[in-house]
Structures are given as C-alpha cells and as structure tokens.
Unconditional design. Structure first.
Length: 335
C-alpha cells in the first residue's frame, strides 16, 4: 500500500476507533449517574412510606433504562470492533517478525488477542475479563434492582396499629376496685418533617435527573470542542511539516518522493480547509496568492502571519512577536 494512503487510512481508522471507544465509556458513565439517582430516589420514597405505584413505576423505569443502554452499548461495541479490524488490517500490511507465532508487539491489537487467548474468563479467577462483560454485568445488576423495587412494594404489607379502643380493652385490670377515671387522649402525631410527601421526593428526583442530563450535554459539548481543536492542530502541524520537508529535502516534483510529499501537502490543505479557523484560511489564501514561496519579504511575512494565526487558534490568547516567529521559522535574513 502507498505510504501516503496508509497514513491517511491509519489516521482515519484510529480517529474512528478512539472516538467510539471514548463515546462508549461516556455513555456508560452517564448511565451510572442516572441509575444511581433513580435508586436513591426509590430508596428515599420507600423510607418515607411513599406511594406504592410511584415506587413501582420508578423501578420499572430503571429496568427499561438498563435495557435501552444495553442495546446502545452493543451498538457502540460493534463500532469499536470496526475500528480495531481496520487497524489490524493496516498492521498486517507490514511483514513484522514473529516469535513462536506470537505477533509483533507493534501489532498491538493482534498481539493482545494472542496473549489473551486461552486465559480464564471467570469472574472469580485471575485472567482475561473484558470491558464488555463487566458493563453487561453492571446493566444486569441494575435491571435486577429495578425489578426488585418494582415488585417489593406489593409483596410487603405493613400491619396497621390496633385501634385505641382495643388497646384500652386489653389493659390489665386495676389492683383495687377503686374506679379509675378514663382520661381521653389522642394518639401522638408525627412531627411535621416525618409526614410522607411523595410529590416533593418525585420533584427532587426529577431535578437531579435534569441536572445530570445538563451536565452530560455540557461535558459532551466541551469534548466536541476539544476534538475539533485537536483536528485543527493536527492539520496545521502536518502542513508545516510538509513545508519543512519541501524546503530541506529538495525532492523533485516528478520523483516518487516528490509526488508523495505533494499528496501529503494536499491532504493537509484539505483538512485545514475543512477544520481551520476563518482567520487561518484567510491568511492561508493570502500566502497562496503571493505564490506560496519564501522568495520575497511579502511572502515571508504572509507565511509568518499564517503561522501566527494558527498558533492563536490552537493556543488562544498566547501571542508572540511576529518578528521573533519569523526568525525562528525562516531564520534571520542578513542585510
């Protein structure tokens, strides 16, 4: 396979794999937050003698949530395996040496599969225990808890206290025949804070769930921003590497190395056009209109300005004098 194409495919395969693997773990973490809130709300309602139907409904909702997230995790698992298969294929294109049929350590996935082959997969023995199996066990545990909470309120009944009249009749007879005046008393009332209030508990639970959802969405937004910034930084660095190779290696355009370097440069330009900030693309266009060379002061200034815009896009408010940046990139021009 052509080295340039392999690099493009490997970058794509690794980005695909890492994105879906990270998405899978974030989805599982979100499930733990929501499921924990549901369990906490159910326990609170049971402790405060809440409505039986509300407790059963929340337990059923917990079981359904486990089922839905289990299906979502299965889909994420398939996507992660697709990325692994692509990387394994690219690794197989290189004839790396093997030792006793053990894949080379640089073939990371194939080497790990061989090492894990034949190891015990029991929960109570040391050996290979995959993420998928652990995640499935967690989903199963919470699903069982949901069914337990849904059924428990209907199979456990509380015995009401005997009426006050029955309690008076069961009192022992007085020791003397002297009549004892009956003092009417009212049963003790529970304090205000012990009064069951399922509505308050339900609204508190809803507030916790909404807060967890907002936190998940906010975290996902920040992760997407970071992912886009990483893509931009990678495209900028690849283009500058191509410029450095053009300037120092001196490959002819008609040679094999020159065509490969031109393909790498075109790939970096395409990614900058796709992910780059507007200010960077504008400075890039100015540099291209001037000829995309370093022969004149205007071209050198345009290239330095483009790199400064790239630096500002990646690092934010970090700034450096353009003259210093030009000296580092292109050297000091003697006059």
């Amino acid at each position: 396979m052509d080295p340039v194409k392999e690099q493009i495919f490997r970058t794509y395969a690794w980005a695909y794999f890492s994105f879906h693997a990270d998405q899978r773990m974030k989805t599982f973490n979100f499930f733990l937050v929501v499921a924990g809130l549901l369990v906490g709300g159910i326990v609170t309602l049971m402790r405060d003698s809440g409505n039986t139907w509300i407790i059963a409904t929340l337990g059923f909702a917990l079981s359904m949530l486990c089922l839905l997230f289990w299906h979502l995790d299965h889909r994420n698992h398939v996507l992660v395996r697709n990325g692994e298969a692509a990387i394994k294929f690219l690794d197989s294109q290189h004839e790396l040496p093997t030792t006793a049929d053990v894949p080379h350590v640089l073939c990371i996935f194939a080497h790990d599969d061989f090492k894990r082959r034949g190891e015990s997969r029991s929960l109570f023995r040391k050996g290979y225990f995959s993420y998928s199996k652990v995640i499935r066990y967690v989903y199963g545990l919470f699903a069982f808890l949901g069914i337990f909470f849904a059924v428990l309120p209907f199979v456990t009944t509380k015995q009401p206290p005997p009426p006050l009249a029955v309690q008076i009749q069961n009192l022992p007879a007085p020791a003397t025949p002297t009549p004892v005046p009956i003092v009417q008393s009212t049963p003790p009332q529970p304090p205000p804070f012990a009064t069951p209030n399922p509505t308050t508990a339900v609204f508190s639970l809803i507030g916790l769930v909404v807060g967890a959802v907002l936190q998940f969405l906010f975290t996902r937004h920040l992760d997407n921003k970071k992912h886009q910034r990483d893509l931009r930084a990678k495209a900028y660095a690849d283009y500058l590497q191509c410029v450095s190779e053009h300037a120092n290696l001196g490959h002819q355009k008609s040679s094999t190395e020159g065509r490969q370097l031109g393909a790498k440069t075109a790939d970096a330009k395409c990614r900058i056009s796709l992910y780059g900030a507007p200010a960077v693309i504008s400075a890039f266009a100015t540099f291209e209109r001037l000829g995309a060379t370093m022969n004149t002061n205007g071209q050198r200034g345009a290239f330095t300005d483009m790199v400064a815009k790239m630096r500002h896009d990646v690092l934010g408010s970090s700034s450096v004098a353009q003259a210093d940046l030009e000296a580092v990139l292109l050297g000091v021009v003697e006059t």
